[in-house]
Design a protein around this ligand. Sequence first.
Ligand code: GLY
Length: 358
Amino acid sequence: MHSIIANDYELEIGSILDSSFASLLDKYSDVKKIIVSDDNTSEHCVPFLISNYDGLAEAEVVILPAGEENKSLAIVANVWELLTEYGLGRHDLIINVGGGVVTDMGGFIASCYKRGMQFINIPTSLLSMVDASIGGKTGVNLDHYKNQIGVFNDPEAVYIDPIFLSTLESNELLSGYAEMIKHGLIHSTDLFNKVIEQLDIPFELELELLKESIQVKNEVVKRDPLEGGERKILNFGHTIGHVIEGFMLGSEGMTHGHAVGIGMVFEAYLSTKKGKLSQEEFKTIESAILDVFPVPTFSNDDIQSMTALLTNDKKNKGGKILCCLLEKIGECTFDHEISEQEVTEVFLHYKNQQINLN
Ligand code: GLY
C-alpha cells in the first residue's frame, strides 16, 4: 500500500483490502452510509466492497445513470431528494464508487447536501484514479458546458485500487491514459515516454507508473489547491478538449480522454505556432496521440459551433480565451490568450489534412 498525503486527506494506492478503508469505516460505524455508484459499478464493483466490509452491510446504494450526458443538476436534485427520504444527516457518510462522473457528482452531492457532509472516493476508472477523484474538484455540466457548476471540496480519503481497471472497456481505459499523457507533457519527457510505451499494453498498467502519474497531479494541487495559478497547467488540452467533448455530447458522444487527446494536439500545435514548442517535439506529440485518439471529420458548421463554445470556458478572464501552452515536453505555462480565429485555424488544418488523405 502506498499512502500519500494529499492536502489533508489520505490517498492510498494499491489493494483496497490492505488499506485504511476498514479502520475509516470503523470511525463511521454509528452513522448512515450511502454508496453512490452507477449502472456499471453497482454491478461490478459495489458487490465486491459490500462482501468485503461488514461496515457496508447496511449501506443504501444509489445508482446514477452512467454517462457524461447524465452529469446534470437534474440528476443531482433527484439524489438530494432520495437522501432526504433516507433521512440522511450532515454527519452521515457518502462513499463514491465509480468513474469521473460518479466521483465528480457524488462529491458535489455531498458538498452541498445540508451545507456539506463527508465523502470518500473509490475511483474505478483510470480517468478517475489519475485525475477526477483527486484534487477536490466536484461538479456537474450545464447543457454543453463541462463542469460549469461545482465546488472545490476535498474528500475524507481516496482509495485507488487497480483491481477495478480489469472491468473497463478499452475505450474507457484509454480515456484515462490521455490524462497520464498530459501529466507527462507538463512534467517530464521521461514520464511522457513511459506513458506512450505503456499504451502498447494498456491493460498491463505498471503500478509504479500509476503512482508516478498521480504524484504529478497531487504535487501541483498541493501547491495551488484552488487553481489561482500553477494548477491551471492541469488544464492543458482541456480548453479545446472541453468544447469538443461538450459539442459531441449532442451527437454520438466522445470519451473525455479522446476529446482531451485531440485538445492536447491542437494546443501543442498552437504552442508551436506561437514560437514555443519546437516543431520536432510537436511532431512527436502529434503522432503519439493521434495514433490513439484520431480527429473525427468535423464540418465547417461543427467547427463554428465549437469555437462559439470557447467563449464560455471557466478558464477565461476579462472576455479573453485563456489557454495553457507547452514550452517543451515537460514544461507547460498558463494564461496565454488565444483567439477564436486561431482555434478555427487549427480545426481547419486537421480538416484539410483529412481531405488530403482521402
Ligand atoms: N482536472 C484538472 C484539475 O483537477 O485541476
